[in-house]
Design a binder for this molecule. Structure first.
Ligand code: CTP
Length: 136
């Protein structure tokens, strides 16, 4: 008798100023498999990637993401160049990214399935920060 196949999904992001777009992508990623692993960008990586310090520290962002029901495991993503290593280390069968990254991770199709999910419209961390800063 063959054992049931368990699928591991991996996704990445900064998840700063956690909002409903983050929740939706995590829920949809989890629905594609049995176990969801989330790489949360290090503060240093976020600074390099987005040109600003995150509002919440990596430890705080990690704690928030880890507490979500669909999330099984979290780790700190130290570098964008380590994606392949993380996929292999966590035994991911599926890599999920937002479609703002469409096509950019196709090189990993030799080790896992690559899925780009549409972003939730009209919300982002940047927009929330701008809205609060403007006091509107
Ligand atoms: N995401 C999404 N829908 C949104 C915003 C983000 O599906 N409206 C997804 C991204 O595609 C990514 C994950 O959430 O897979 C983490 O994105 P992140 O860059 O942390 O969030 P943003 O809100 O896009 O942040 P920023 O404005 O700083 O770029």
């Amino acid at each position: 008798m063959s054992s049931p196949v368990s699928l591991t999904v991996i996704t990445f992001g900064t998840f700063d100023v956690f909002h409903v777009g983050h929740l939706r992508v995590i829920e949809r990623a989890a629905a594609l498999g049995d176990r969801l692993v989330v790489g949360v960008s290090a503060d240093e990586l976020n600074l390099r990637k987005k040109g600003r310090e995150p509002v919440f520290s990596q430890d705080e962002r990690l704690a928030i993401v880890a507490a979500l029901k669909p999330v099984d495991e979290v780790f700190v993503e130290e570098s964008l160049e380590l994606k392949r290593d993380y996929i292999l280390k966590y035994g991911a069968d599926v890599l999920v990214m937002g479609d703002d990254w469409a096509g950019r991770f196709d090189e990993f199709e030799d080790v896992c399935k690559v899925v780009y999910l549409p972003r939730t419209p009209a919300i982002s961390t940047t927009a929330v920060i701008e809205k609060i800063s403007a006091g509107s």
